[in-house]
Design a protein around this ligand. Sequence first.
Ligand code: DC
Length: 239
Amino acid sequence: MSSNKINIAIDGFSSCGKSTLAQAIARELNYLYVDSGAMYRAVTFYALEHGYIHTNGSIDHGLLLESLDLILVQFKYNSSNQEIEIHLNGTCVNKEIRGMQVSAHVSAISAIPEVRKKLVRLQQRLAENGGTVMDGRDIGTVVLPNAEVKIFMTASPHVRAERRHKQLLLNGVHSSFEEVNANLSQRDLMDTTRVADPLVQAPDALVLDNTYLTEEEQFSFVLLHARKAIQSKVSATTE
Ligand code: DC
């Protein structure tokens, strides 16, 4: 076990810039970045592909639960573009999981306790030796309650919708601002009110409202706290 490595949990609302920040911190510390939202998206993509989500939005829970053991979600490093990719049963689905179809149903899929149980276990395994920066909704509260650094990110809903709209356009996904805004509000509501592991701020999390902050300011804030936590861990192990 690499004892001086800590875990950093970054939770918050959709489109707060969690993944950009988490990736930058992971790169700086040479840690593993784990995008837990991508895992819920991959399961949602699987359910869509297999027809377990009907056109009216209802989910065939029975069939999905029966298939859970057949769903293999993995992160793989692509050395040609130096990116971590998410693979579903051996196929890279990085692009597929970002579309509006998946976004429209992922909150409902991620509210299913059995889906959460499977993915939480996987996330905990990825972080068991420390050295991860993991972003999501329940990382500091459920997945890694002992994470040495916990960040709770937020930003105004309008700014978040603008950022998401821009990001989708950059990824070649064309949707109107209104559509993106409505999807975000819907996801905020579902993520914060679901029964299983809702999005809540951990009592020991540091709040980072980035409505008016640059990426550099956010990066410095988290890095400062991360370095302090690493230092305390080093001191504790050498005492
Ligand atoms: O971070 P994201 O927008 O890609 O996440 C997609 C959805 O997955 C989001 O609506 C809530 C859910 N999610 C979750 O329930 N728990 C997590 N740890 C991460 C994401």
